[in-house]
Structure formats: C-alpha cells, structure tokens
Design a protein around this ligand. Structure first.
Ligand code: IMP
Ligand code: MG
Length: 175
C-alpha cells in the first residue's frame, strides 16, 4: 500500500489557533520578557509563527533532542543532539514543542531545564496525544488535543519528510 497524507487540521485552523495561543501567552506574560526555547526540528515551524503573535519582548533559543529513529514509534531513548546557546537562569522560559506523545522527551527535557534555575518554566505544544502518555508531563498551552494517530506537517515529519506541509495531515498506509 502506498503512503498518502489526508488533511486533518487545515492551515486556516492551525493559524487561527496559533493566534489564540499567542494572545493568551501575551496576556499571561504582560510586563515580562519571554524566553522561548524551540525543540528542533519539529517545533521550529510552530515557534516562529507563535513568536510573531506574541506582543511582549521575546528572545529565542533552540535545542535538539532526539527520541525517534525513522519510524513512527518512540524508542524510549533520548539523545542530546544540540544544547541551548544561552543560560536560562532567572528567565521566564517557555518550551515550544510540536507534539507530546509518550511524554518521554519532555519529561526528561523539563527536568534538565529545571536544574538550570529559570525564574519560571512552562510548556507549549501545538499537538497533544494524551492517550499515548507513558511519562507524566504538565502541559501549559495546547494547540489541539488529538487522538492516537500519526500526524505530519507543520514541522512534524515521517522519516524527515512532510515537515513543510502548511496543514496537519494523517499519514495512511504506513505499517
Ligand atoms: P515523546 O517523547 O514520545 O513525547 O515524543 C515526542 C516526539 O516524537 C515529538 O517531538 C515528535 O518529534 C515525535 N512524534 C510523536 N508523535 C508524532 C507524530 O504523530 N508525528 C510525527 N512525529 C511524532
Ligand atoms: Mg519534536
């Protein structure tokens, strides 16, 4: 069977939801500066769009953790591929992620970041698959809660493909 992508959340719906999240975050951080940490590569598309909707002063940093090979199942191992450029001590930090699935990646990452003494630490994810959770993770801002389906687009990949779709699609025909 060949692999196809079926639209699941349209680009208009994603844009609208990101604007809402940006407004909510701007309100919550009024009078503060926000340090946004993008989890590469998946979070990059979401973070740049979200940052444009935030009205308080923002600084950005990037990190890369990898828990997936080229398949659709977490291997339960987390590899630190790229660390942050800047210290986060004393900063109001939001981690921006594409999707929380088993929760292993973020459970681990948030523990590491807590140890660096930020003033506050929150988590914002475009997508959340709560049914798949193995490790508990407190998510502060969620774009969309979705069922247990493998999705691509808007930063999310299957074997490094489909990240550049401007909508969220469900991958069909993958064993
Ligand atoms: P977790 O550690 O299981 O929560 O996995 C988090 C990472 O797995 C995400 O940041 C994604 O890179 C990847 N992932 C989980 N579910 C999907 C999916 O449906 N599509 C694409 N990538 C996914
Ligand atoms: Mg990711």
């Amino acid at each position: 069977m060949s692999v196809t992508v079926k639209e699941f959340i349209s680009s208009e719906e994603v844009a609208k939801r990101i604007a809402e999240l940006g407004a909510a975050i701007s309100k919550d951080y009024e009078g503060k500066e926000l340090h946004m940490i993008c989890v590469l590569k998946g979070g990059a598309f979401f973070m740049t769009e979200l940052a444009k909707k935030i009205t308080v002063p923002v600084s950005l940093d990037f990190m890369n953790l990898s828990s997936y090979g080229n398949g659709t199942e977490s291997q339960g191992r987390i590899k630190f591929v790229k660390d942050l450029d800047e210290p986060i001590e004393g900063k109001d930090v939001i981690v921006v992620e594409d999707i929380i699935d088993s929760g292993r990646t973020l459970h681990y990452l948030l523990k590491v970041l807590e140890g660096r003494m930020p003033k506050s630490l929150k988590l914002c994810t475009l997508l959340d698959k709560p049914d798949r959770r193995v490790e508990e993770v407190k998510v502060d801002y969620v774009g969309f809660e979705i069922p247990d389906k493998f999705v691509v687009g808007y930063g999310l990949d299957y074997a490094q493909h489909y990240r550049n779709l401007d909508y969220i699609g469900v991958l069909e025909g993958v064993e």
